[in-house]
Design a protein around this ligand. Structure first.
Ligand SMILES: [Zn+2]
Length: 183
């Protein structure tokens, strides 16, 4: 089974509420000395958007990079490079979500403390492209993040051109737990 298929199968189980049984003790033991995740996932810090749950995966399966609004800076890009090059995940998923608080705040605009302002600044372009609509802006942000990763990471660009990495954009829907491929 391909990596994307493995994620989508897991998401199907999650939406149906029938998660696969997991022997966490055995898995913890297996991954005690090393990790070999099959996917890197960039997503939002939102407490409802946990990739391991959404894709029904276990310890050691998913290399996760999260922050509010799933935006890029040197540290997140470096983390993505660690997952894709050092840990060799053949798939990189950039997953935004419905009703994102960070995107909603960016759409509303206004003053905010400096560290949060840094997040808002990163979301300015997507909000413009989404014409201030929260869902359109969230989807625009997923695509903008993928473009930014390709533009700013020589490593990712090389892995992609060598056929060693596939990048997929996804959006997560809170109510039914479904993920949709958006590019
Ligand atoms: Zn969010």
């Amino acid at each position: 089974m391909g990596e994307l298929e493995r994620l989508m199968e897991g998401n199907k189980r999650f939406t149906e509420g029938t998660l696969a049984p997991k022997d966490v003790k055995a898995r913890r033991n297996e991954t005690r000395d090393s990790q070999a995740p099959f996917v890197s996932v960039v997503t939002c810090s939102d407490s409802r958007v946990s990739p391991e749950f959404i894709f029904d995966q276990g310890i050691g399966d998913v290399f996760v990079v999260r922050n509010a609004g799933n935006v890029m800076d040197k540290i997140t890009l470096g983390s993505i490079e660690y997952g894709t090059e050092h840990l060799h995940t053949p798939l990189l998923v950039v997953m935004g979500h419905e009703k994102c608080g960070a995107v909603t705040a960016a759409c509303k605009g206004g003053e905010c403390p400096p560290n949060i302002a840094a997040i808002m600044k990163k979301l300015r372009g997507p909000v413009k492209r989404g014409a201030g609509d929260i869902e359109k802006s969230a989807t625009a942000n997923i695509k903008a993040v993928i473009r930014e990763i390709r533009r700013k990471s020589e490593i990712v660009k090389r892995l992609e051109s060598e056929g060693k990495l596939k990048i997929v954009g996804m959006k997560y829907f809170l109510a039914d737990g479904r993920v949709e491929v958006v590019g």
